[in-house]
Design a protein around this ligand. Structure first.
Ligand SMILES: Nc1nc2c(ncn2[C@@H]2O[C@H](COP(=O)(O)OP(=O)(O)O)[C@@H](O)[C@H]2O)c(=O)[nH]1
Ligand SMILES: C=C(OP(=O)(O)O)C(=O)O
Ligand SMILES: [Mn+2]
Length: 681
């Protein structure tokens, strides 16, 4: 079987003038530009968002002449003729451009899974971990270890305010973007197999779910998408001739043809030319050059958050970077919460927590992304659009996150962790005694790795990719098509100084302000220098699909509808530091904070006013049975100088980065905070 090919170029796009831009755009932007998130030098790493006014306009490309169109492709697996028409067109169109040797249409079967793992193992891309059941280790090119984000953003972003550079949006011209795409995709899959992955974000067929088709030349991506999403033939059966999000991904390392670029590792990639572009108006995502996590598993951050947030605003719902958890108190009463923490700030840990407070029970609905919508009774309901966890490995242990440890014993793909000679995995903070006769190979392949070298065995952003239904505390409603009822929203970040363990917003507007003002220390999940505290509004800074000012308007708008039951909003900080490290023990002990939040949602009188919000009354946080003494006074201290600076800095940030698009209500909340801080409330 084969595909005939004629059109050797991707369709080009053009732009209407004078339309509103989308993306993390702040104030006025020139209307004929695109925006992107970029790393460093534009010519090196680009992360492109195209705005939603893209219009189709086919035209030939300067690259067209350089590519010798292939006449036929082998269909290695699946049947192209049985694809829904629009899917088939999408596949054929991209096969013509990317020029793979063969096509594999994924059905999601066990047979296919076996085949993929066999091929990945044969190619040296993964190794079996014989200590566990069906577990595998992949190690990447050391230049491809995290999500692309601007490292030297300040060199690449446009002027938002005179003399100021933007951090919520990066822009490039349509010409640059076209050149960027056209210089990458044509011929990029030569010598490789093109996989077609039909996937559903959310339970297949649920009214809240959305379908995507990812085309990729990475079998690792297929294996990971099989874990992270519902994937395969049943998705096509549900889709029929409906629309879908078009996801195109290539590692950017053709095997044959002109001088091969890219990596010398068994991990193909092309770090010099990484590009992740979003074309919301065309429902399209194009990702090139990276095989890692958020850059390549396009259902996750690209679709579920960046494109998702655009769809959500348009359709009146919310696509958020939030875990979803169930909490049952000792009386057997159950509530669900959603919590937004930036990457590597504790979502997976909180979502799977083993509460230290007796009688409490936590169940997990999701650990990273929440799609939420108010139902006809005004109740906010959330689904987890994913089917797996892509969790940070370092720091995960039987002490910190036993439920994650139990989840990853089978059917798990580990990336960039250390490997032990008895067929197991190892990472920093795993907290396991290693027998004398067992040695460790580091993620970089250093055999007989030793702690004393000062280099970690696992990359700080190493991950496990594991099926959600293996989690021993997975919630019995986790696949419920209508979603679980959310009664509280929690924001949090890594704040070493000044920010108390927990506080509650005065009302909804103040709650939205808490999200807008969210900040956190940078982590290894994206590429930043050092541990500097950065703004990360709603933990969404890298994921806003549209103007952040409009995003705030969208959140604020729910207050205008008095039929809605608005959840209470909280802010937590597990990461405040004293002279000898973290002041709060964290992990399972965070149940003490959840207990307070639970009681507040039930209307208990255990909060008092402070400058920043409602804080626990003395002794209202249950510390019974806590092993080590905790300095609660220090954990809740509100240093006046710190908060004055915080207000000043927030003011500067909003002025510079959001400008005229900052809703008046948020400006008022900041003013009120300033006054409360000033008057020592
Ligand atoms: N000190 C402290 N560290 C935590 C806590 N929760 C998570 N962490 C650590 O933060 C890192 C990221 O956590 P994770 O839950 O994977 O974050 P996510 O990326 O937001 O899902 C891991 O190394 C955790 O061990 C906590 O309550 N206290
Ligand atoms: C995959 C990611 O998730 P998390 O928020 O769990 O770090 C990421 O940030 O790229
Ligand atoms: Mn996580």
């Amino acid at each position: 079987m084969g595909v005939d090919t004629k059109m050797p170029q991707r369709q080009r796009v053009s732009f209407k003038k004078d339309e509103i831009l989308v993306g993390g755009v702040n104030q006025f932007q020139p209307t004929d530009q695109l925006f992107f998130w970029g790393r460093g030098n534009i010519s090196q790493w680009l992360f492109v968002f195209a705005s939603h006014f893209l219009k189709e306009a086919a035209s030939s490309s300067k690259f067209a002449s350089k590519i010798e169109p292939k006449r036929r492709y082998d269909i290695l697996y699946g049947n192209l003729n049985r694809l829904p028409k629009k899917v088939r067109f999408f596949v054929e169109e991209n096969a013509k451009v990317c020029q793979p040797d063969a096509i594999h249409i994924c059905d999601g079967s066990d047979k296919e899974k076996e085949l993929l793992y066999y091929m990945l193992q044969r190619d040296g891309a993964i190794k079996p971990l014989r200590k566990y059941e069906n577990c595998w280790l992949a190690t990447t090119d050391p230049a491809d270890v995290a999500r692309v984000e601007s490292q030297e953003k300040h060199d690449t972003v446009p002027r938002i305010k005179d003399g100021v550079k933007g951090t919520l949006a990066n822009w490039m011209s349509p010409e640059d973007m076209e050149t960027a795409l056209d210089s990458r995709f044509p011929g990029c899959m030569r010598g490789r197999t093109m996989y077609v992955i039909p996937f559903s974000m959310g339970p297949v067929g649920s009214p809240l779910s959305k379908i995507g088709i990812e085309i990729t030349d990475s079998a690792y991506v297929v294996a990971s998408m099989k874990i992270m999403t519902r994937m395969g033939q049943n998705v096509l059966d549900t889709l029929k001739d409906g629309d879908f999000i078009k996801c195109l991904h290539s590692v950017g390392q053709p095997v044959t043809g002109t001088a091969p670029t890219g990596s010398k590792y068994a991990w193909p990639c092309n770090p010099k030319d990484v590009l992740v572009a979003h074309l919301p108006e065309r429902n399209e995502i194009c990702s090139y050059g990276s095989g890692y996590g958020g850059n390549s598993l396009l259902g996750k951050k690209c679709f579920a958050l960046r494109i998702g947030s655009i769809l959500a605003r348009r359709e009146g719902w919310l696509a958020e970077h939030m875990l979803i958890m169930g909490v049952e108190n000792p009386q057997g009463e159950k509530k669900y919460f959603a919590a937004a923490f930036p990457s590597a700030c504790g979502k997976t840990n909180l979502a799977m927590m083993e509460p230290s407070l007796p009688g409490y029970k936590v169940t997990c609905v999701g650990d990273d992304i929440a799609w939420m919508r108010f139902d006809k009774n005004g109740q906010l309901r959330a689904i987890n659009p994913e089917a797996g966890f892509f969790g940070v490995a370092p720091g995960t242990s039987m002490k910190t996150n036993p439920n994650a440890m139990r989840t990853i014993q089978k059917n798990t793909v580990f990336t960039n962790v250390g490997a032990t000679s008895d067929g197991g995995v190892y990472w920093e903070g795993m907290d396991e005694e290693m027998p004398d006769n067992v040695s460790t190979t580091s993620w970089l392949g250093v055999e007989d790795w030793r702690k004393e070298t000062g280099k970690p065995a696992a990359h700080p952003n190493s991950r496990f990719c594991t099926p959600a239904d293996q989690c021993p505390i997975i919630d019995d409603q986790w696949e419920s098509p209508e979603g679980v009822p959310i009664e509280g929203i929690i924001f949090g970040g890594r704040r070493p100084e000044g920010v108390p363990l927990v506080y509650e917003s005065f009302d909804w507007n103040h709650g939205v302000f808490l999200g807008a003002a969210l900040k956190s220390e940078a982590t290894a999940a994206a590429e930043h220098k050092g541990k500097v505290v950065m703004h990360d509004p709603f933990a969404m800074r890298p994921f806003f699909g549209y103007n952040f000012g409009h995003y705030l308007d969208h959140w604020l708008s729910f207050q205008d509808n008095d039929k809605l039951k608005l959840p209470k909003v909280f802010h937590v900080n597990w990461f405040r530091k004293g002279p000898s490290g973290f002041l709060w023990p964290g992990f399972g002990e965070n149940s003490r904070v959840l207990d307070w939040i639970f009681r507040r949602v039930n209307g208990e009188d255990c909060a008092m006013k402070s400058a920043v919000g409602l804080v626990p009354t003395p002794d209202s946080i249950d510390l019974s049975g806590l092993k080590d003494k905790v300095d609660m006074e220090e954990l809740f201290r509100l240093p006046k100088d710190f908060w004055k600076m915080e207000v000043e800095e927030l003011n500067k940030y909003f002025e510079e980065q959001v400008g005229e698009d900052l809703p008046a209500k948020i400006r008022q909340e900041l003013k009120k905070l300033e006054q409360r801080v000033e008057s020592d409330l």
